[in-house]
Design a protein around this ligand. Structure first.
Ligand code: ARG
Length: 271
């Protein structure tokens, strides 16, 4: 199995908090340890650097506690960046900050016409763009994604509010393989997943409940929450090297490793 070098965008959780609840994981009455969140995030960043990946950073902004979840900042494929439009007003101001970063980094920009929460709901799997809907990203945005990026878009209907973004229910392991929690999807979407990925790894609810599917793979190494021991064992059986990280403090906001990580894809040749 070959690892491909990746370029990631991350945002330090300097202003991380749980001040509002926009998913079932968030409890604003429970205290949050921001320093611990920063230490856990720094360890994730170091894991990527040790694997030989490049990590770019966007400056965190006060008053935007969820800005650490860089996956929601955009979708970046083949040198094109589609900006985002959040469902919830609490996160709205993150969108222009990420947009300005992409523009400054030289990506060709596209603006969303509908609610679109970036790589939280849009995952490139081989030659297909898997696009989630049901909670956040609007179905109407899937057509725009197809026009902008030129990959066939496959709509994935999410049905469990705990797995509100596609990247909490499905993880792309390499060009041909994904892991997912079947019951997080509608029956029709489950049938599509079986058709597209007959060899997929099926995760259990126990793994999904610790956000085990919110994993980042370079095709060989899979970085995932260390609490997802069952999923990690299944991945090792398939020949992947697993690296567990503890992001328990960020999980209080409903996020894991993948949520903290946006893949920046240049043109095809240098992917
Ligand atoms: N609190 C954030 C929200 O509900 C968490 C986002 C997690 N990001 C992700 N890519 N799943 O929007």
């Amino acid at each position: 199995m070959d690892a491909t070098r990746q370029r990631f965008l991350m945002c330090r959780p300097t202003y991380f908090a749980v001040d509002y609840a926009i998913n079932p994981w968030m409890d604003p009455s429970a205290p949050v340890d921001t320093d611990l969140a920063v230490r856990q995030w720094e360890r994730l960043r170091q894991v990527y650097l040790d694997l030989g990946h490049t990590v770019e950073e966007i400056a965190p902004l006060p008053g935007l506690p969820d800005m650490v979840f860089a996956a929601n900042g955009g979708t970046v494929i083949d040198g094109r960046a589609m900006a985002v439009q959040f469902r919830d007003p609490q996160r709205a101001d993150e969108a222009p900050a990420y947009r300005a970063w992409f523009e400054g980094a030289g990506f060709e920009m596209y603006d969303p016409k509908h609610v679109n929460e970036g790589e939280g709901d849009v995952l490139l799997a081989g030659d297909h763009l898997l696009a989630g809907t049901g909670f956040r990203t609007a179905h109407a945005s899937h057509a725009q994604l197809q026009e902008v990026f030129g990959y066939p878009v496959i709509t994935m209907q999410l049905v469990d509010p705990r797995f509100y973004h596609l990247d909490t229910a499905l993880s792309v392991l390499d060009e041909r393989t994904v892991a997912y929690l079947p019951e997080a999807f509608s029956p029709g979407s489950q049938a599509v997943l079986r058709r597209l990925f007959p060899d997929a790894v099926h995760a259990t609810m126990a793994d999904a409940e610790v956000l085990g599917l919110n994993a980042v793979s370079d095709g060989r190494h899979v970085v995932l929450p260390e609490q997802a021991t069952g999923l990690a064992a299944k991945l090792r059986d398939r020949g992947y090297e697993t690296i567990g990280v503890d992001l328990s403090e960020l999980r209080r906001a409903g996020g894991g490793p993948k949520c903290c990580t946006l893949r920046l894809r240049q043109g095809k040749a240098s992917q």
